[in-house]
Design a protein around this ligand. Sequence first.
Ligand code: PBG
Length: 305
Amino acid sequence: MAPRQLVLPMFVAEGLDEPAPLNSMPGVVQHSIDSLLRAAGQAVEVGVGGLMLFGVPTPAHKDAVGSAGVDPAGVLNRAISAVVAEVGDATVVMSDLCLDEFTDHGHCGLLSPDGSVDNDATLKRYAEMAVAQAAAGVHMVGPSGMMDGQVGVVRKALDSAGHLDVAVLAYAAKYASAFYAPFREAVASSLEGDRRTYQQDPANRREALREVRLDLAEGADVVMVKPALGYLDVLSDVAAVSDVPVAAYSVSGEYAMVEAAAAAGYLDRRVAVLETLTSIRRAGADVILTYWAAEAADWLTSESR
Ligand code: PBG
């Protein structure tokens, strides 16, 4: 495992003057733009391969259709421009392409009158959001909403707008997991209920391959499995069939579990973190999204000195 295989997910919240710590993820913060740029610089310095940005708008800027995600002045699009200007020549800048942070109902898509998520209406919105993020300068977009057809629509929209070089990191096999709970605090999610109508059933292993093949056919440049730790079998299956690099997202709940156990003195933190990441790498991940990315990159570098 090399530092460049690690990608750091980062949260940037609108209206903050200083970083705000997260209860359920000790050591992770919601950044202001200033602190985001500082932390991005530090992560790049220790050799991480990329940064994945998530935006957290103020409640006043959430609405039913996630307008702030498309608005060039929205928090995520502004953060993309700032991070690209700061470290864009030295790392891969990625952005979450999803509506859940921007909708007042907290779902990843637009809702039909009956309250269900409208897949195809959502695709149009993702296309606009992809173009807005590309215009802000992002290198790679990460459609994470699990709408059917999202990769194809995003690829086509990017190409039509002339953003031929913007790559797509497809959240291909994303399961409806309890291990996203701390993330929902991190993005101040408005969600009530769950995402089981669009994310995958944790009991279903084979469906992941179908999702991956569809995303590959639609033009994915990287395919991702999420969560990582409980889904190493899926990751290994995907790595065996994918002809593009495979990523795994070690999610907020995986981070929180190890941090809580280490804080209680039940685990040797550093050894447990490196073993966790190594197991994900061993199962087949070429790229790992992890909240430990910067710290682990630093450890890996000092170990090889
Ligand atoms: C959706 C999204 C989620 C995560 C990344 N992108 C949450 C969800 O699907 O509810 C979770 C990441 C984590 O738990 O670390 N935009």
